[in-house]
Design a protein. Sequence first.
Length: 256
Amino acid sequence: MSNAVTAMMMRHWARAALAVVLAVLSGPALAGACRDTSFDGAAFSVCEVGAGQDLRLFLNGHDEQALGSFAAVDDLLAPEGRHLIFAMNAGMYRPDRSPVGLYVENGHQTNGLQRKASSGNFGLQPNGVFCIGADGFQVAETLAFDAARPDCRYATQSGPMLVIGGKLHPKFMAGAPSVNIRNGVGVSADGRTAFFVISDDLVNFDLFARFFRDGLGVPNALFLDGTISRLYAPELGRDDFGFPMGPIVGLVGAPG
């Protein structure tokens, strides 16, 4: 094992241990953005963000290389005196970790909108876009987003849509045997709250989508990914480890 790999592993375990300590010390008095819950027999973790909070998307560092990990995002924020409150992977990506679909970071678009059907979950039409604007959030089906072209400071395209105008994706089936750990994002009807969810149990698309619609009451929700789904949430004792990621979404804490 190389020294670099050993150092990376030691750093991961140190961060994970710190996350557990912070979760224990914070206790219930310091209520945070994330919580554990259940729905229809399955366990989920939910992180909630309000409009006006510092929610960002991250992809590359100053060297234009993909950050790939929650630790790398924290290192990027450190010179600002800021840190991640929570984070998760934020959309599908190619082998070089570049986004498959639309990607906008701090007002700068680096990848275009994909409108055509394709293979895999991303291409399971309709897919959609999660948009972070100046006044709130939006999850929109891709063609509707293309027609409206809202002003997004940050945006990531993924798929399939989970909930569309209060209805489940038409191709989801109750009891479908294809199950996985899954993560996604839903937005409240007024666009003022975004809910980031990761399943803690293996679930199919139907159950995952119903949690957004019936458990959280959101009219629109978007699948972000499956096999590589990961969450960083110190208040839950979570710093999930795995392969390097593409886009990452994270709530940033103010200096102090």
